[in-house]
Ligand binder design. Structure first.
Ligand code: GDP
Length: 194
């Protein structure tokens, strides 16, 4: 998979204006979004992995195999973000989700140790209300015992029966295939008639 950083911006109007599909990633800060982008693209440092949460405050766009874009949306729910900043991020996220016609799939990443937080649930409601196809990636699954993992996946499946739930770990190798398949399906999805 070839991948290339395209742009980092807070301004939707500065994103490339073309018909290439977008696959977006969203989740609370520190959930492992940057690590996941690096794992998927098999690059060690395409997205910056930070030990301190709240760093990714821009929309970061990557071109994959020159066929589609991977959009890294700003992480939400970071406690130290000011109220003012929070509103700016929320507006940016909202506009991106509502207005990007090329958006084919959203990968919502949640932390296996926390389960879906209030912020995650808010995002899920938003994705449903915008009728955006999405999958939930349960990241850091390596932190759970097998029984805990099974119980979390079962309750997520009951709660969101029509949503694909993908357990994942960035520290365990060979776990990217299911996500790549979901992305492939997303990319080739027939666009909504507008
Ligand atoms: P982001 O803020 O969502 O981009 O998160 P990062 O990718 O920067 O990761 C935040 C922290 O979580 C880093 O210390 C990562 O090494 C760690 N991390 C990311 N994914 C995993 C995972 O699957 N398992 C474990 N145990 N740690 C992870």
């Amino acid at each position: 998979m070839n991948s290339e950083f395209v742009s980092s911006t807070v301004d939707l109007d500065r994103l490339p204006q073309n018909d290439k599909p977008h696959i977006a990633m969203v989740g609370r800060s520190n959930v492992g979004k940057s690590s996941l982008i690096n794992a998927l693209t098999q690059r060690t440092n395409l997205a910056r992995v930070s030990g301190s949460p709240g760093r990714t405050q821009t929309m970061n766009l990557y071109a994959i195999d020159n066929g589609f874009y991977l959009m890294d949306l700003p992480g939400y729910g970071y406690a130290k973000t000011s109220q003012e900043q929070r509103v700016v991020f929320a507006d940016m996220l909202d506009r991106y989700l509502a207005e990007t016609k090329q958006l084919k799939l959203v990968l919502l990443i949640i932390d296996a140790r926390l389960g879906p937080t209030a912020y995650d649930q808010e995002m899920i409601e938003k994705l449903f209300s915008y009728e955006l196809p999405f999958a939930i990636i349960v990241n850091k699954i390596d932190k759970l015992k097998k029984a805990e993992e099974a119980s979390l996946l079962k309750s997520l499946g009951e709660y969101y029966p029509d949503v694909q739930i993908i357990p994942h770990s960035n520290v365990e190798k060979g776990k990217r295939d299911v996500i790549l398949r979901a992305i492939e399906e997303g990319v080739s999805r027939i666009p909504f008639l507008t």
